[in-house]
Design a protein around this ligand. Structure first.
Ligand SMILES: [Zn+2]
Length: 424
């Protein structure tokens, strides 16, 4: 909800800028900034836009509308919306494999990538399948709200969503969208960039070392493209929530500090990377992406001390939160629950996280389970994980059948020759 307000504010800000432009106001630097993001690059000069007669402002590609505030049974844009109180499915991905021949080259990383990742081709097929099965994207931040009781206690409550009739809600989240060094060497894209068309593209190197900018090789740009082709997949403008660590920077930009051998030159480089990533963050937010924390050091929260956890998270706030803004979503590294398996009582580290503003705590499981805690204002939930382990498993194939049939998705020619449970 907070995010919704922030987006509304930024939309208002954008539209007021547009109004300034059309009335001949002298906001040239601001205009140039916003047109390079969303406008047609060939006409982005400030002088040409000032000379033009008054034209209706370009519609925002992702007008974020909150699915929880639709009037019951309302009709909008010819679409009937109906109340939905069922399970909100939640799938999470890691970065997708752009070049299987590098990812699955038999080195020591091959099996891990096979276990925890999908290829770009598999990912597109999964999106196509969930779309055809009637899922629509919703923002994780819209699924619960904080309410205050008469006694003054705050608790999270599950929202009724108002969805296009017959559709089911789907949250997507993406862990480790940091473009770690090991990924660069193993067939993943290197970073997100803004292309000449103002859209997000990925940049990287192909197996021959040639530079490649593309929208077909990265989980973020593939979803952007999919929603462009199927706008009804995202009726409210939502995309996914990007779960970020900090120890190797974010989104392919090396924004991290490193306490050892830190020099003025390295700090200057870091500042350059920080400036370079800002427009990427702004464009992601503008197009329906949100951010969550995955801790700074990808630490296992269920095994570390309170002191280690809080110090690590302070680093996350300093180096990542300072760039992506406030978030209420925490994604547990390795799926390790902050309080072990005790979901009833919130321990000191969990309480500390909640005091920092986190309300939605996501682990990993075999269903899209969620629970609003009784003792504190927080939701704990599990996500499903389309990846090699679940694509290969006979049991998982059944569990994931409501989204897709693993048999139609898995690329056995690209992946290593390992056991496929449902084939035996
Ligand atoms: Zn992770």
């Amino acid at each position: 909800m907070r995010r919704f307000t922030a987006l509304l504010l930024s939309l208002l800000l954008l539209s007021s800028l547009a109004a300034c432009g059309s009335s001949g106001g002298s906001q040239s630097s601001m205009e140039a900034g916003s047109s390079s993001v969303g406008g047609e690059p060939s006409q982005s000069g400030a002088s040409s836009s000032q000379a033009e007669p008054e034209t209706p402002p370009e519609p925002e590609p992702y007008e974020i509308s909150d699915p929880t505030v639709m009037p019951e049974g309302g009709v909008r844009g010819g679409v009937a919306y109906a109340a939905y109180d069922g399970v909100v499915e939640h799938l999470f991905f890691h970065p997708v494999v752009a070049y299987p021949e590098l990812a699955f080259d038999g080195d020591y990383k091959s099996d891990g990538i096979d276990d925890w990742m999908v290829t770009a081709g598999e990912y597109w097929k999964i999106l196509q399948s969930v779309y055809e099965k009637g899922y629509v994207l919703v923002d994780i931040n819209d699924c619960w709200s904080e309410q205050t009781s008469e006694a003054g206690e705050t608790r999270m409550v599950k929202n009724t969503l108002y969805l296009p009739e017959g559709k089911q809600p789907l949250i997507l989240s993406y862990d480790d969208v940091n473009y770690y060094q090991y990924m660069l060497e193993n067939g993943f894209t290197y970073k997100l960039i803004i292309g000449e068309d103002g859209k997000l593209w990925s940049w990287g190197l192909d197996p021959d070392g040639n530079e490649v900018t593309s929208r077909d090789l990265d989980a973020v740009t593939i979803l952007d493209k999919f929603v462009e082709e199927h706008p009804d997949f995202s009726p409210f403008g939502a995309k996914g929530c990007l779960s970020l660590t900090g120890y190797e920077g974010i989104l392919g930009y090396r924004t991290q500090t490193d306490s050892e051998n830190w020099t003025a030159e390295r700090e200057a480089n870091r500042q350059k990377e920080i400036e370079a990533v800002r427009p990427i963050i702004a464009e992601l937010k503008r197009t329906g992406w949100t951010f969550g924390s995955h801790t700074w050091g990808h630490i296992s929260l269920n095994t570390r001390t309170y002191e280690t956890v809080t110090a690590d998270m302070q680093k996350w706030f300093d180096e990542v939160g300072s760039l992506v803004g406030d978030t209420q979503v925490l994604f547990y590294p390795f799926g390790g629950r902050l309080d072990g398996d005790d979901v009833k009582q919130s321990g000191p580290a969990f309480r500390w996280m909640q005091e920092q503003g986190f309300r939605i705590f996501c682990s990993v499981g075999i269903e899209s389970w969620s629970k609003c805690k009784d003792d504190i204002s927080a939701v704990i939930c599990d996500r499903l994980h389309p990846d090699g382990t679940t694509l290969r498993s006979a049991k998982s194939r059944e569990r994931y059948m409501k989204f897709y049939d693993a048999k139609d998705i898995i690329d056995l020619e690209a992946r290593p020759q390992r056991e496929v449970g449902w084939m035996t």
